[in-house]
Write a new protein. Structure first.
Length: 253
């Protein structure tokens, strides 16, 4: 039975057997999402993360409407990811000391971007923080290895709420003209912010979010260690948050 036939069978008669067959078929997607998040924690085992991802998969299966014309893999990916993210947030996954460092780092990047009119160099950021380049690299490793420093993070405050990078991804439930217009505007701003990244960071963002490679796979492509890829990714996310926040402020003037 093909995937389309399985969905037809499940929607026509959503019995437990059909549901379990869909769960089995798409279970590798839950594993894939966890691998891409590259989460390192002494509080959670790999089995904990995959188990939560599977719960997100099951929710996606129950909510998916094939009539919308959106591929299930696309629909499920962000719901699986969201399920894992929700669990991490409920646990207050990021230690308070590291959260404070992340906040300070965000503020420094935003301030320097405004003062310089361009993305700051590592040397400029380290000088403002009063740390060495090695200490700055270590901080980025800690942030990307211990937190979910990714598209789900808030990059700007907007009227009526916050804007996250993942908001730029099409949602199967967002079909109104207003939603399409907002999505298009956010995509343009994100594209501009990505264009302003240094080449190495832009390449990592492309390989991770567009080619959907894991951090380990990106390291093999670039010929660097996985930890180095995590540093570059964390730095890129910090720059994107600063750039998106700056664009948001300009748009509100």
């Amino acid at each position: 039975m093909t995937s389309a036939q399985q969905w037809q069978a499940y929607r026509a008669r959503p019995d437990q057997g059909a549901r379990e067959r869909l769960i089995t078929e798409y279970a590798p997607l839950a594993r894939f999402v966890v691998d891409r998040l590259s989460i390192s924690s002494s509080l959670l085992s790999d089995e904990d993360l995959v188990g939560q991802a599977v719960l997100g998969l099951i929710e996606a299966i129950d909510r998916y409407d094939p009539g919308r014309g959106v591929k299930f893999e696309t629909f499920a990916y962000y719901r699986i990811r969201g399920s894992v993210m929700d669990m991490l947030r409920e646990m207050d996954f990021l230690p308070r000391s590291l959260r404070e460092k992340q906040s300070e780092l965000n503020e420094v990047y935003q301030r320097l971007l405004g003062e310089l009119g361009r993305q700051p160099s590592d040397e400029e950021v380290a000088a403002v923080l009063g740390i060495s380049l090695g200490e700055l690299a270590t901080l980025f490793s800690e942030l990307d290895g211990q937190s979910v420093f990714s598209l789900d993070e808030t990059v700007a405050e907007a009227e009526g709420g916050t804007v996250t990078l993942v908001d730029t991804v099409p949602d199967a439930d967002s079909a109104s003209p207003e939603a399409v217009a907002i999505d298009h505007d956010q995509r343009q701003r994100l594209a501009q912010a990505i264009d302003g990244l240094p080449a190495a960071e832009r390449q990592v963002v492309s390989l991770y979010y567009h080619e959907e490679l894991t951090m380990k796979e990106i390291g093999l492509v670039l010929g660097v260690t996985e930890s180095r890829v995590c540093q570059i990714h964390a730095k890129a996310m910090t720059r994107l948050r600063a750039a998106m926040a700056a664009q948001e402020r300009m748009a509100c003037r």
